[in-house]
Design a protein around this ligand. Structure first.
Ligand code: UD1
Ligand code: MG
Length: 445
């Protein structure tokens, strides 16, 4: 297979997103759109990958590192953007695959098919990936001959009513022969309603040179272009659907798949059961036989085999849950390690802590990890028992097997197997309540 170079265009201002963030950094399934593409491209093993950015897009540069960068000084159109990458393609005569950074749902197989189509027949200079969206409004339309050759791509704004009726649309993805690309791009003019250099014009230019162009049809679920937040939500929907299907086919039970949201990197073990309304942010790995109960929010967390999470649990970055741990309702865990068999069953905050094996944390326990300036650690030993409504004021350590009485505010470390109670002495006045009620009754008569 001859070499492939890929060029991803990401220099557009993304006006329609109404955002300060460059469009290609907007996320789908917790990952920037442009990174989805870069991940897909890895499967094609390209000779080089060039990302076209605008001046000052340092955040895009950082996101795509170590891809090569070409700077398009001014956003004068998609052909002009490809022009900015031509220097780095000098002498390359394989296939140049052009992708738009706002088309994140492509699969590697589809791209391979496109490159194959470009390589068929000696004179095929350009192969374009087309699709038939339910509503083609906004897309360039593909004009084909009776024999299936691609004659032209006409942008919506420049199209006649007749052409607008065509549903076959331009995805923006093209494979262009490396030996023709410089000539084709060099010939593009900006005589159109937006006064931009359209990449789509290279089709007519190629045909005038006697070269052949072809269109390959692909599934519309892969080719959605994201120009505004409505389309961003549509892309999210498509990705989530793919993920749910993959998760179920790989051995997870999703009781209500449509209400479970994954990230691009969620890892699930076997026989995981996920109840309705669960959200996974990036960086989550779930071991075998874990049950995640309804309405839980989980990000940056590792969950060991056999653990139970939720309902209504919140696991934040740095939550390390070992095997057979129980995290119950309204429990928040951040940057803490819970060792095998530990239980935090109700209404607790565990932050910057270690909870030893088989320790039992009572309802309403709070690790007070922050004094307004710095964060401090709480260490709870194996088998310790923390009574309900305890405040553990960090830095503090509770030794193995120690017991803390309910309602205590613990500021000094407790040695192993000790009892710590911090409470005012309870005073009991017999009959007081009855006398109080009688007094109130007399006064309100
Ligand atoms: C483009 C196509 C249209 C196609 C659609 C598919 C052209 C002229 N039109 O329209 O036929 O149906 O995509 O989604 O190509 N960009 C630059 N520099 C620029 C302009 C754009 O890098 O000067 C980048 C953008 O960041 C974006 C991509 O090119 O990633 C496409 O630009 P966009 O403005 O979204 O084009 P569409 O109007 O969607
Ligand atoms: Mg677009």
């Amino acid at each position: 297979m001859t070499a492939i170079a890929t060029v991803i265009l990401g220099a557009g201002s993304g006006t329609r997103m109404k955002s300060k963030l460059p469009k290609v950094l907007h996320q789908v399934a917790g990952r920037a759109m442009i990174s989805h593409l870069l991940g897909t491209l890895e499967e094609l093993d390209p000779t080089k990958t060039i990302v076209v950015v605008a001046p000052g897009m340092d955040n895009v540069r950082a996101e795509v590192y170590p891809a090569e960068i070409a700077v398009q000084e001014e956003a004068l159109g998609t052909a002009h953007a490809v022009g900015a990458a031509l220097d780095t393609l000098m002498g390359f005569d394989g296939d140049v695959l052009i992708l738009y950074g706002d088309t994140p749902l492509l699969t590697a197989d589809t791209l391979k098919n496109l490159v194959e189509a470009r390589r068929q027949g000696n004179d095929t200079a350009v192969a374009v990936l087309g699709f038939e969206p339910v509503d083609p409004t906004g897309y360039g339309r593909l004009v084909t001959t009776a024999s299936g050759e691609l004659e032209a791509i006409v942008e919506e704004l420049d199209a006649t009513d007749e052409i607008r009726k065509i549903r076959f649309s331009n995805s923006g993805v093209m494979a262009i022969s490396g030996s023709h690309i410089a000539d084709l791009i060099g010939a593009v003019e900006n005589k159109n309603s937006k006064a931009e250099y359209y990449l789509t014009d290279i089709i007519e230019i190629a045909r005038k040179k006697g070269l052949i162009c072809t269109a390959v049809k692909s599934a519309d679920t892969e080719l959605l272009g994201v120009n505004n937040r409505v389309q961003l939500a549509q892309a999210e929907k498509i990705v989530q659907k793919r993920w749910r299907t993959t998760a179920m086919l790989a051995g997870a039970t999703l009781i209500d798949p449509d209400s479970v949201f994954f990230s691009h990197d969620t890892v699930l073990g076997q026989d995981v059961i996920i109840e309705p309304n669960v959200f996974f942010g990036p960086g989550v790995s779930v071991g075998d036989n874990v049950r995640i109960k309804a309405n839980s929010h989980i990000e940056g967390a590792v969950i060991g085999a056999g653990s139970q999470i939720g309902p209504f649990a919140r696991l934040r970055p740095g939550a390390e849950i070992s095997e057979d741990v129980k995290i119950g309702n309204f429990v928040e865990v951040k940057k803490s390690r819970l060792e095998k068999g530990a239980k935090v069953s109700h209404l607790s905050y565990i932050g910057d802590a270690r909870v030893g094996a088989e320790a039992n944390i009572g309802a309403g326990t709070i690790t007070c990890n922050y004094d307004g300036y710095n964060k401090y650690k709480t260490d709870i030993g194996a088998g310790a028992f923390i009574g309900s409504n305890t405040a553990l004021v960090a830095p503090v350590a509770i030794g193995d097997g120690a017991i803390v009485g309910a309602g205590s505010t613990i500021t000094k470390s407790v040695e192993a197997n000790a009892l710590a109670v911090e409470r005012a002495i309870e005073s009991i006045k017999p009959g007081w309540a009855k006398r109080f009620r009688e007094l109130k009754k007399r006064l309100t008569k």
